[in-house]
Design a protein around this ligand. Sequence first.
Ligand SMILES: *Cc1c(COP(=O)(O)O)cnc(C)c1O
Length: 373
Amino acid sequence: MTSSSFNLSSLAPEYIRAIAPYQGGKPISELAREMGLNEADIVKLASNENPLGISPKAQMAIDEAVYDVARYPDGNCFALREAVAKKFSVANKQIVFGNGSNDILELSARAFLHVGCEAIYSQHAFAVYPLVTQAVGATGVVVPALNYAHDLDGFLHAITPKTRLIFIANPNNPTGTLIAKETLKAFLKKVPSNVLVVLDEAYDEYLSAAHKSEAISWLSEFDNLIISRTFSKAYGLAGLRIGFGLMHADVADMLNRVRQPFNVNSIAQAAAIASLADDDFVERSYALNQAGMVQLTQGLSKLGLEYIPSSANFVSFLVDNAATVNQRLLQNGVIVRPIANYDMPDYLRVSIGLFSENARFLTVLEDIINDNK
Ligand SMILES: *Cc1c(COP(=O)(O)O)cnc(C)c1O
């Protein structure tokens, strides 16, 4: 950049310059570099990843698919589409695949939002909703949370003639709060049909049988419903970036118009197909998470710490001097997630890990809290 007349502010629109970049969980390699620690001694409980890794069937599929990377992937995800259609009893045309489910959120925004329109989401909701809204110059409307949960009546009141999209995460990240099925369905009935509702179900696999979403069966009733699902959480494929959306075929057609032709790589497609065929792995992941949730919440209670009851694979807890406690955890090789950027500066979010990882986190946390007394 040699020219003194180069002026970024005249190139990038104000709504792009106003975006606060997404802050992910700190990678293990980065903490190792910063603190001079061994990667093997670091416990990462910061990104809601599956501590069991991936299905052995997915691993085999990946090993096989690696040989074919000189070819472009199937841009229509034909085989995966068949598998998802069968598993979730939807038509092939109702499915859109994404480079992570974040891609589905972004495609929804790009297809339906533009400057002058509004998208509604909750205070403390997933950080990607404001990002994808701002990226297209639309206006985000934040509905204050009710005791950390979505206030759906507040959402209804926030709808204006400019509203095009509503984002709801159920369960929500980072609060772990869950909206009951009946409540959600009653809400959908009240949303005008010309407002699309993006229902983000990234953590559905962690819900008990009684709480699992039935929203897919509602698609025939609500043409304005977009359900997003991911392989990043219970399926363990976070690093491969694959998710999908289920919706009315005409809505899917719009998302596909703004989708990159090869947005899902071939290894991810192969791994996802194999993952869908391994219910046992998901069941084991669910069971480990249930036990780990009990271990962590009991441990937090024993330390006298309050937490928000969570329906997902993480829990957010209240702690004095959260930023300092986070720093001390890092120094001791434990990575959790500060969530000040979610308007929760006094909380830290910890993902449920292996029994030994949860225990390590609790021990280090106890030492920090005792030191501060
Ligand atoms: C983790 C998460 C996702 C998953 O994102 P991917 O792009 O599929 O990895 C989506 N929504 C929420 C609320 C999440 O917490």
